[in-house]
Design a protein around this ligand. Structure first.
Ligand SMILES: Cc1cc2nc3c(=O)[nH]c(=O)nc-3n(C[C@H](O)[C@H](O)[C@H](O)COP(=O)(O)O)c2cc1C
Length: 190
């Protein structure tokens, strides 16, 4: 419990002013309004190389991940946050490659990064059939539940977003759902 929980939002779309980023803004607005603080970063601003499958998680903490890129910087930003807000557009029924490369690399981050952390997800897509996001929602749920390392707070999905980066501005109800999601997350963590 913390009167002023901190959120770190990680945007997994390369479009900085796209739908995912705009919806993340609404979630953070709700979160901050209830006393939280928030920082938002774009994964596309960081060099994130793909996981090489080295057994760094077996070596932990003696030897770090063998990739040399910006992952440690992101880990340092994640560590003080009570809420790690991940986000991605749906690409081919899954997450973006940018996001998936990042998630694969969590295995090499020090366990201290996730101590007492909660994770929640923001997803956006063009389809209006909720099933389209099903494989991604399931992947996240299965990845983050069942272990004691992190608490999963679920995902928020915005749909019917045609390819323009500002499509979500025509969906005030979905933006409001984002805002409410942020408030409920702050309420839970306070
Ligand atoms: C490579 C690519 C693949 C996509 N695949 C899907 C898909 O399988 N289902 C879907 O509903 N939308 C799909 N979309 C649409 C995006 O998910 C949607 O427009 C999203 O809101 C874009 O988010 P952004 O504005 O943050 O980039 C795809 C878009 C791209 C660029």
């Amino acid at each position: 419990m913390n009167r002023h929980p901190k959120a770190l939002a990680l945007v997994g779309s390369a479009r900085k002013h796209g739908n995912t980023s705009r919806l993340v803004d609404e979630v953070l607005r709700g979160f901050v309004e209830l006393g939280g603080s928030a920082e938002k970063v774009y994964l596309s601003d960081y060099s994130i190389r793909h996981c090489l499958g080295c057994p760094c998680y077996v070596w932990k903490p003696k030897r770090p991940c063998i990739q040399t890129d910006d992952l440690a910087k992101l880990g340092n930003l994640m560590e003080p946050a009570q809420l790690i807000l991940i986000s991605t557009p749906i690409y081919w029924y899954g997450p973006s490659g940018l996001f998936k490369n990042f998630l694969d690399r969590w295995i090499g981050l020090p366990t201290s990064v996730f101590e007492k952390s909660h994770v929640a997800a923001v997803l956006t897509m063009q389809d209006t059939t909720p099933d389209t996001a099903g494989p991604t929602e399931e992947m996240l749920r299965r990845s983050f539940t069942g272990g004691a390392w992190i608490t999963y707070e679920g995902s928020l999905l915005a749909s019917g977003l045609h390819h323009t980066p500002d499509a979500i501005t025509s969906h005030p109800q979905q933006l409001d759902e984002g805002y409410q999601f942020g408030r409920s997350l702050a309420e839970k963590l306070r």
